[in-house]
Design a binder for this molecule. Structure first.
Ligand SMILES: Cc1cc2nc3c(=O)[nH]c(=O)nc-3n(C[C@H](O)[C@H](O)[C@H](O)COP(=O)(O)OP(=O)(O)OC[C@H]3O[C@@H](n4cnc5c(N)ncnc54)[C@H](O)[C@@H]3O)c2cc1C
Length: 460
């Protein structure tokens, strides 16, 4: 953008903000908004805007549409597919200063929040009422960003993804119009599900300015276990059988031996360096203990090598530390490299074979990487860290990701279980849903006729 156009845009935006210092063209702010945590090439926005109200978001979008300036919403910047990178420049619209919990309604098990509230901030506030917000992607992401990517994580096996936990939205369309979808009622059949459509739309259809979310009761009794197995397949078969047996587990996570080794190096710990399941059950004590015993007995039949189980909150936290440290341990083992995570998801009955193919494809690629899975949902990640400047590595990683997507689709699965399409999965989406592209493009055109909202993401 040339300097006179930029100065004009900055002045126009400053004029509609209550505080003109909340628009900046400063280098450090632009740099902070040029990347997410992935390997995708950063791109500086021309300016960064920090709205503090829906009215300001609306006014900024009205200007952006009039001036045909791209706008990319930005939360915590923790996405993994280049989702928040402003690849066409323009405005990075940072929603983190809209961070108010508007209301908590324990009687309705709901909360109304602004988009910049983080998941841990909401769970802390809900905890005062014996409630919590379950969706846990590991990173302390914003609820706006989590809704925009339809995030999931370790508790999806019991509580579902963001879409299952968003009842209503307030959102601003590209031209500045404010809309409200859904309602505070637990369910609705009122017309097309626009709440469900905006959840997962990655900021390409509208900017989310308020969310009505479901809360859940903190279970009265929780038990957790870490179980080591002789093989990845044995661990996966245990996970699939536990789901099929109808257990109501809250978490069912798989970490391979390669990754446990990285965790041991990072934590200076001595967890058994074997494929491991991390399991958590919550609810009434008798049901929890019987679910856990069922999982342990399936694990024993699969030749489990070692099992540790805990009830006390601190002991459970220590047990889970190995799983929670996976991302930090993986990063620490690869200084200077960036995340190039894969994200296929398959029917849980296919998990063991999909994971075996994943390990074989990693070996074939010559790359060094571990396998982590939200096993209860059949969602498999290769925890790959790459040097984005190394063309050979980039190509090998691309080939690996392609092979895993092909395998997942052949098993009736999907190319992305939770990270979204962003920049990295556009080809995979075309492969997965080629016949739907005209419909997807039509929706984009209807919501954003001038293509200003997060251009170049999801659809080419
Ligand atoms: C260590 C680590 C582990 C992770 N594990 C998981 C996991 O298990 N499961 C999982 O699902 N994800 C995981 N992620 C990815 C990431 O945390 C999620 O994608 C998260 O939902 C992104 O939220 P954010 O606030 O960081 O959004 P950002 O990265 O800032 O933005 C993500 C997308 O949402 C859009 N957006 C942001 N705010 C809004 C808004 N208010 N309105 C409209 N669009 C908006 C952006 O334009 C962008 O397209 C992990 C990330 C890390 C770093």
């Amino acid at each position: 953008m040339n300097s006179s156009r930029l100065a004009h845009l900055r002045d126009s935006v400053a004029h509609v903000l209550a505080d003109a210092t909340r628009v900046t063209t400063g280098d450090s702010e632009r740099e902070l908004h040029s990347a997410d945590v992935s390997f995708h090439r950063p791109r500086l926005p021309d300016l960064v805007v920090y709205p503090t109200s829906t009215g300001e978001v609306s006014a900024v979008l009205e200007i952006a549409t009039a001036e045909r300036v791209p706008v990319t919403a930005f939360g915590a910047g923790s996405s993994l597919e280049g989702n928040a990178i402003p690849i066409a420049g323009g405005i990075s619209l940072d929603l983190t200063r809209m961070d108010r919990i508007v209301s908590l309604s324990p009687d309705d098990l709901t909360a109304v929040v602004q988009p910049g509230v983080t998941r841990t901030a909401l769970s802390r506030a809900a905890g005062d009422h014996g409630l919590f917000f379950p969706v846990d992607p590991g990173a302390d992401a914003t609820l706006g960003g989590m809704a925009a990517t339809n995030a999931a994580g370790t508790t999806t096996v019991r509580y579902g993804k963001m879409r299952a936990n968003v009842l209503a939205l307030e959102a601003v369309l590209a031209d500045g119009t404010v809309v409200r979808t859904g309602s505070r009622a637990p369910k609705t059949s009122a017309g097309y599900d626009l709440t469900g459509l905006l959840v997962g739309s990655e900021g390409t259809l509208a900017v989310i300015t308020e969310l009505t979310l479901r809360l859940h009761g903190i279970p009265e009794h929780i038990a957790a276990a870490r179980i080591a197995f002789p093989s990845l397949e044995a661990a996966c078969r245990t996970a699939a059988a536990s789901v099929a047996a109808g257990t109501t587990l809250m978490r069912l996570e798989l970490v391979d031996a390669h990754t446990i080794r990285a965790v041991n190096a990072y934590e200076e710990s001595d967890y058994p360096e074997a494929p491991s399941l991390f399991v958590e059950a919550g609810g009434a004590e008798a049901a929890v203990e019987s679910d856990l015993e069922l999982v342990l007995s399936i694990a024993r039949e699969e030749g489990a090598l070692d099992a540790v189980h805990e009830r006390d909150a601190d002991a459970r936290a220590r047990l889970w530390k190995a799983r929670h440290d996976v991302a930090y341990a993986t990063s620490a083992a690869s200084p200077g490299r960036r995340h190039r995570s894969t994200d296929v998801c398959v029917p849980v009955s296919q998990l063991a074979e999909a994971v075996a193919v994943t390990r074989a494809e990693i070996e074939r690629s010559g790359l060094v990487a571990g396998v982590i899975a939200h096993a209860g949902d059949g969602n498999v990640h290769v925890g790959l860290m790459i040097d984005p400047e190394d063309a050979r590595e980039l190509e090998a990683a691309e080939r690996l990701a392609d092979a895993l997507v092909a395998d997942a689709l052949a098993r009736g699965g999907t190319s992305t279980g939770e990270h979204g399409v962003g920049l990295g999965k556009i080809s995979a989406l075309e492969r997965e849903h080629g016949d739907l592209l005209p419909l997807l493009r039509g929706i984009k055109e209807l919501f954003d006729p001038h293509g200003i909202l997060n251009p170049g993401k999801v659809l080419r």
